[in-house]
Design a binder for this molecule. Structure first.
Ligand SMILES: [Zn+2]
Length: 207
């Protein structure tokens, strides 16, 4: 815990004073344009990767960057999506998976989950993503299989996202866009899913 408290003290002493005006502006309201849904993995740090500031991203995290289909459970993800779209009026929803995802690996390796009943239930949403693998995806090499399933999971969760009525309405009215991203921890590169071509390509090529 010590390094956390030391970090906090550095923040109060050095960082906060420099950004005081921004924090004061944000103290009573937020108006982020982006809902960012990603894995709980400690190596994925959205504000660092995207160089964003407090107030920029409304973030929702869980094991495996899962969005349960609408109506299955009044869980934290559904509530966060609803609030982001209906109240904050975000213009973009980014669903971001990442390399070496443990949640996807547990499904791929068919790990014994008897000691993790809650995780096991949650990962059923990842198990259901096999059907979204592309026919050309490699089936031999374990690492390639893992990446293919991580990609499929991103595509599947985008589908689930669109079952939420506020997302479907936003897409129909063109007030909202959804994006599927894959973040590679080793290189720092982000790929974006092209929903028409059904493949991932460099994020920088999409602008
Ligand atoms: Zn993960």
């Amino acid at each position: 815990m010590k390094h956390l408290v030391h970090g906090y003290l550095r923040f109060r002493k050095d960082v906060f004073p420099q950004r005081k005006d921004n924090f004061h502006l944000l103290a009573e309201r937020q108006a982020p344009d982006v809902l960012f849904i990603t894995c709980a993995d400690s190596r994925v740090v959205p504000d660092l990767i995207l160089q964003t500031e407090p107030g920029d991203l409304f973030i929702c995290r869980n094991a495996g960057n899962v969005v349960p289909p609408f109506g299955e459970a009044a869980g934290g993800v559904s509530a966060t999506v609803e609030y982001a779209v209906e109240v904050l009026k975000v213009k973009h929803v980014i669903l971001c998976g990442h390399s070496d995802c443990g949640a996807v690996k547990a499904v791929l390796d068919k790990k014994d989950m008897s000691r993790l009943p809650m995780t096991s239930k949650w990962l059923k949403y990842v198990e259901a993503t096999w059907q979204y693998r592309e026919p050309g995806d490699p089936i031999g090499d374990k690492k390639a299989q893992h990446t293919a399933l991580i990609h499929a999971n991103i595509v599947a969760q985008l589908h689930n996202l669109k079952t939420h009525p506020e997302i479907a309405a936003g897409l129909a009215k063109e007030t909202l866009q959804v994006h599927g991203w894959y973040y590679d921890i080793m290189s720092g590169a982000i790929e974006v899913y092209d929903q028409h071509a059904r493949r991932f390509g460099p994020l920088e090529d999409s602008i």
